[in-house]
Design a binder for this molecule. Structure first.
Ligand code: XMP
Length: 599
C-alpha cells in the first residue's frame, strides 16, 4: 500500500470515521479486514484497530491476524481494538462493573507519546461494556477515567497503544490531537488532499462504467447532488441521467428547489417524476420501521425501472448511481462485522444484489458528510447547496411514526419507577411513552421506549437526567422533554399510518420549525432538525410532535442542540396553532444512545 495508515475494521460504528480523521490529517488511509494478510501491510506507517460490537472472549469474535502486532509497526487499538491488543499481548479483559456510554473525564497521567500536549483532564467519549483488567508486560497506564482505570495504556518502547475511549468522534475534543500525535510517531507523510480523491475516483468510475451509462437518483440533498456533479465530470453529461423521484415524503417545496438549483448549475440532464401515489400504496398499513424502509427502497427501484422503460432506455446499458455515504453502509450493517442499526433505503437487499453484480456506482461510498461538503466545494457547487441540512432518502416517511393503535407494552412498571426516581432528583415528573424508537448503544441497534419529562428545568439538568436514565434503564433509549402544554396529557397509541393528511400535517410542522431556525440565524449551529410526528393521543384525534435538533460534524455521534428557549416556545406555539397536534416535545438524547432519526 501507499505509505499511510491501515485501519482494521472490527465492525465498530466508527471504524471508517477513523480513516476519515486520518485523511483529514492529510495522511492516506485504507480499511482492511482484521484477518488481513501481513503482506498488505507492506509500506504502511502504522495500524489502527477499530472498535466493534463483539467481546474479545466471544467464540464468534472476528478472526484477527495477530501477526499485525509483530510487524514492528506502531499500533493503536481503540475500544474493542484496545482490548484485543491487550488480550493478545498477555493482558486480561472482563466485563466492566458499569457500562459506559457518553462523556467521561480522562485524568492524563503521561503527557507524552500519543497524549502529548494534552491537558491534565480531558473530556473523552466512551461506548463500551468490557474493560481491560490486567495490562500486558511492558505496558503502563497513561490515563484513567473514574469508571475505567485502563482508559489509555501503552508500551512506548514498542510504540503500541490502546485507548478505551473514541478519539475519532468529535465529542472527544482533543481526539484529533491524539490521532495527530499517533501519526507523528508513525512518521506518516502528510500529502493526502481532496484533489487526489477526485482524480482517483474519476479513474475508478471510468474503469467501472466502461462504455455504459449511469442513471442516478437525485434526491436533492448534498450527497446525491455532489455525486451527480462528480459523475457528470467523469463521464460527460450525455452519459449521465439524473432522476428526481417525488415520493410524497419530501419537505414543502423541496422538489421545485432541487430542480431549480441544478438547473442554475447548468445541468439539463435531470428528469423529475411524481410517484407519490406508488409510495403511499406500497407503505399502506406498515408500522415497523424496517418494513417501511425496505418498502420505500423497493419502490424507488420499481419507479426507476418504469422511468427507464418510459424513456425507452436499455436497462443493460445503464448502471445505477447512488450518492451513498459511508454511514449509510455501516449503519445498515453493510460491512462484514457491523450490526444493523437501520437499513438505509439505498442498502436494501435488491440493491445489495445489484452491488454484487457490479451494477451500482457509488463515488462517495468511503466518505463522510464533512468530506462530501469539502468535495462539493472543490467541485464548485455553491455553498447554499453544499451546506444544506441532510434529509434522509425515505424523508418524512421515517419521521411520521405509525401504529395500529392496539399496542400493549407490558412489564414496564419497574422501569417506570426508576425513571420517576431519577427525574424526581431534578424536580421533574416522568412517564415512559407507549411506543418505541430506534437507537444505537455500544455498536448495537436498540428499539426501546422514550421517557418523557416535564416540569421546570434547564438544558444542563435535562442532559444529566437523560444520560442517567438511558444508562440505567434498559427499557429506555431516548428522553424527551415537554415544551407545551405544561403537563403531559395521558397519551395512548393512536391508529395511524402513512397517509396524505398526516404527511401534510408533518410537512407544515417541519416548515414552521425550519423557518424558525432560519429566521433566528440558527442553521449553522444545528446540523439537522427532524420534526417527528408521534401517533400518541389523549383524545384519539390529535397527535404529538417531537423536535429533534442535533449538532454533529459527521452524523455518527451527535449532541442534542440546546436551542434558545424563546425560539423553542415560538415553534411550539405555532405548531399547536395548526390544530391536529396536542403536545410538543423536545428530544434531549445524544447519539448514542438515540439515533438522529426516530426510525
Ligand atoms: P441516524 O438516524 O442513523 O441518522 O442517526 C444519521 C444520518 O443519516 C440520515 N439517514 C438517512 N439518509 N437514507 C438516507 O439517505 C436513509 O434511509 C437514512 N436514514 C437516516 C439521517 O437523516 C442522518 O442525517
Amino acid at each position: 500500500m501507499k505509505s499511510g495508515i491501515v485501519v482494521l475494521d472490527f465492525g465498530g460504528q466508527y471504524a471508517h470515521l477513523i480513516a476519515n480523521r486520518v485523511r483529514r490529517l492529510r495522511v492516506y488511509s485504507e480499511i482492511q479486514p482484521p484477518d488481513v494478510d501481513a503482506k498488505e501491510l507492506e509500506g504502511a506507517c502504522g495500524v489502527i484497530l477499530s472498535g466493534g460490537p463483539a467481546s474479545v472472549y466471544d467464540p464468534d469474535a472476528p478472526p484477527f491476524n495477530a501477526e499485525v502486532l509483530r510487524a514492528g509497526l506502531p499500533v493503536l487499538g481503540l475500544c474493542y481494538g484496545h482490548q484485543l491488543v491487550c488480550q493478545c499481548l498477555g493482558g486480561e479483559v472482563a466485563p466492566g462493573s458499569t457500562k459506559e456510554f457518553g462523556s467521561a473525564v480522562l485524568a492524563v497521567r503521561s503527557r507524552s507519546g500519543i497524549l502529548k500536549d494534552l491537558a491534565d483532564r480531558e473530556v473523552v467519549w466512551m461506548s463500551h461494556g468490557d474493560a481491560v483488567r490486567r495490562l500486558p508486560d511492558g505496558f503502563e497506564v497513561l490515563g484513567s477515567t473514574p469508571d475505567c482505570p485502563t482508559a489509555a495504556v501503552g508500551d512506548p518502547g514498542r510504540r503500541i497503544y490502546g485507548l478505551q475511549f473514541h478519539p475519532e468522534v468529535a465529542h472527544t475534543p482533543s481526539g484529533m490531537k491524539i490521532l495527530d500525535n499517533f501519526l507523528t510517531l508513525c512518521g506518516c507523510p502528510r500529502t493526502w488532499t481532496m484533489e487526489n480523491y477526485i482524480r482517483a475516483t474519476t479513474e475508478e468510475v471510468r474503469a467501472q462504467v466502461g462504455d455504459r451509462n449511469v442513471f442516478l437518483l437525485v434526491s436533492g440533498g448534498v450527497d446525491s447532488a455532489v455525486a451527480f456533479v462528480l459523475l457528470n465530470r467523469a463521464l460527460g453529461e450525455a452519459r449521465v441521467l439524473g432522476l428526481h423521484i417525488d415520493n410524497g415524503f419530501m419537505r414543502k417545496r423541496e422538489t421545485a428547489l432541487v430542480r431549480e438549483a441544478l438547473r442554475e448549475q447548468g445541468f439539463r440532464n435531470l428528469h423529475v417524476v411524481d410517484a407519490s401515489e406508488d409510495f403511499l400504496l406500497d407503505t399502506e398499513g406498515l408500522t415497523d420501521p424496517e418494513a417501511k424502509r425496505k418498502a420505500i427502497g423497493t419502490t424507488f427501484l420499481r419507479v426507476k425501472d418504469r422511468v427507464l422503460a418510459d424513456l425507452r432506455l436499455d436497462p443493460e446499458a445503464y448502471l445505477l448511481g447512488q450518492g451513498t455515504l459511508y454511514p449509510d453502509t455501516i449503519e445498515s450493517g453493510g460491512t462484514r462485522h457491523a450490526a444493523v442499526i437501520k437499513t438505509h433505503h439505498n442498502r436494501i437487499d435488491l440493491i445489495a444484489a445489484l452491488i454484487a453484480e457490479g451494477k451500482v456506482v457509488e463515488p462517495l461510498a468511503q466518505l463522510y458528510k464533512d468530506e462530501v461538503r469539502e468535495l462539493g466545494e472543490t467541485l464548485g457547487l455553491p455553498k447554499r447547496l453544499v451546506y444544506r441540512h441532510p434529509f434522509p432518502g425515505p424523508g418524512l416517511a421515517v419521521r411520521a411514526l405509525c401504529a395500529r393503535g392496539d399496542e400493549q407494552f407490558e412489564g414496564l412498571e419497574e422501569a417506570q419507577g426508576q425513571v420517576e426516581e431519577i427525574a424526581a432528583r431534578y424536580g421533574l415528573k416522568a412517564r415512559i411513552l407507549p411506543l418505541r424508537s430506534v437507537g444505537v448503544q455500544g455498536d448495537f441497534r436498540t428499539y426501546a421506549h422514550p421517557a418523557a419529562l416535564w416540569g421546570e428545568a434547564g438544558w444542563g439538568d435535562l442532559e444529566r437526567a437523560s444520560t442517567e436514565i438511558t444508562n440505567r434503564v434498559r427499557a429506555v433509549n431516548r428522553v424527551v422533554y415537554l415544551i407545551a402544554p405544561d403537563t403531559l396529557p395521558a397519551l395512548r397509541p393512536k391508529r395511524a399510518f402513512l397517509s396524505r393528511p398526516r404527511l401534510d400535517l408533518l410537512r407544515e410542522a417541519d416548515e414552521i420549525a425550519m423557518t424558525a431556525l432560519e429566521t433566528h440565524g440558527l442553521m449553522d449551529e444545528v446540523s439537522q432538525m427532524p420534526t417527528v410526528l408521534v401517533p400518541l393521543s389523549s383524545d384519539g384525534q390529535r397527535e404529538a410532535v417531537v423536535l429533534r435538533p442535533v449538532s454533529t460534524p459527521d452524523f455518527m455521534t451527535a449532541r442534542f442542540t440546546e436551542l434558545p428557549r424563546p425560539v423553542v416556545d415560538e415553534i411550539a406555539k405555532r405548531i399547536l396553532a395548526l390544530g391536529g397536534m396536542e403536545a410538543v416535545l423536545y428530544d434531549v438524547t445524544h447519539k448514542p444512545p438515540g439515533t438522529i432519526e426516530w426510525e
